[in-house]
Design a protein around this ligand. Structure first.
Ligand code: SAM
Length: 285
């Protein structure tokens, strides 16, 4: 098998199939075999697992996933890469390539036969332009996902895994940690990609919780309150809530007092539990 992490081999493939790196699809291919193996290791992939990969590119990580997993489904948007994948994955008979946009693919339908019997894991070097909708989509889905392992832009990964009171902490942190335990696995320099992106990367793991981390009586209101509190990060909590929700100042101050939260703090000092208590109080519980 050709070594797909070799820049020479990648160039050869591009020439042979008359392809160019497509910026629009966030195509930055891995050229470091060690990193590919480390991502699959972080993915905790075993022989009885079904793995969903997003964006196989020319199949570099797909080959390693195929060795480790029972079955691999890999969804690639770029039609031009399909003949390349047919060739690079011809020896991997447990891989199924699906051409399409991951955001529009019927994943439950695709995995139906495998879902009952095998744990589902997602492993991907994500296209950075759609990181958040992809991750949030899977977090909010009913799919029985055990673990998701993503290589993403460093800043986004840090936001997913942040602690209260830090610069990276925000509504994305709370949304992700509502559904999953998030953890930074390792940092990845831009030099391991071809072409080299402008940003550094990070590998994060998200283990979906069986139940949300906190009890909220009205999920929509909870996320509204969280968003409102972070929209104007320099303002105090009460100002942010007043500016970005329809509640009166009096009602907000009452609810904050009931929850023992000082109105003059900044939103970023509140934990998910604090936001849950506030939303539950405002919803009349
Ligand atoms: N997995 C390869 C690697 O690690 O070398 C390629 C990763 S590259 C960062 C992202 C891949 O996702 C590209 O192959 C791109 O064409 C594909 N892609 C972009 N948007 C997509 C989408 N909405 N659905 C599925 N695949 C997508």
């Amino acid at each position: 098998m050709e070594k797909l992490t070799s820049p020479k081999v990648i160039e050869g493939i591009l020439n042979k199939y008359d392809l160019h790196f497509n910026k629009r699809y966030g195509q930055n291919f891995l050229i470091d075999e060690n990193i590919v193996r480390k991502i699959v290791e972080a993915g905790n992939v075993h022989k009885n697992d079904t793995v969903l990969e997003i964006g196989p590119g020319i199949g570099t990580m797909t080959q390693v996933l195929a060795e480790a997993a029972g079955k691999v489904y890999s969804v690639e948007i770029d039609k031009k890469l399909i003949p390349v994948l047919a060739k690079t994955l011809e020896d991997c008979n447990n891989v199924e390539i699906i051409q399409g946009d991951i955001l529009k693919t019927d994943i439950p339908g695709l995995l139906r036969t495998n879902l009952q019997k095998n744990p589902l894991k997602i492993v991907a070097n994500l296209p950075y332009y759609v990181t958040t909708p992809i991750i949030m989509g899977f977090l909010e889905s009913e799919l029985p996902i055990e673990q998701m392992t993503f290589m993403i832009q460093k800043e986004v990964g840090e936001r997913l895994c942040a602690e209260p009171g830090t610069k990276a902490y925000g509504s994305l942190t709370i949304a992700a940690q509502f559904y999953a335990e998030t953890e930074i696995s390792f940092y990845v320099p831009a030099a391991v990609f071809m072409p080299r992106p402008k940003v550094d990367s990070i590998v994060v793991t998200l283990k979906k919780r069986a139940e949300p981390a906190i009890r909220v009586s009205d999920k929509k209101l909870f996320f509204q309150i969280v968003k409102a509190s972070f929209l104007n990060r320099r303002k105090t909590l009460i100002n942010g809530l007043q500016m970005n929700t329809d509640y009166s100042k009096e009602r907000l101050l009452n609810a904050l007092e009931k929850c023992g939260i000082a109105p003059g703090v900044r939103g970023e000092t509140l934990t998910g539990e604090d936001f849950a208590r506030l939303a539950n109080t405002l919803s009349g519980e």
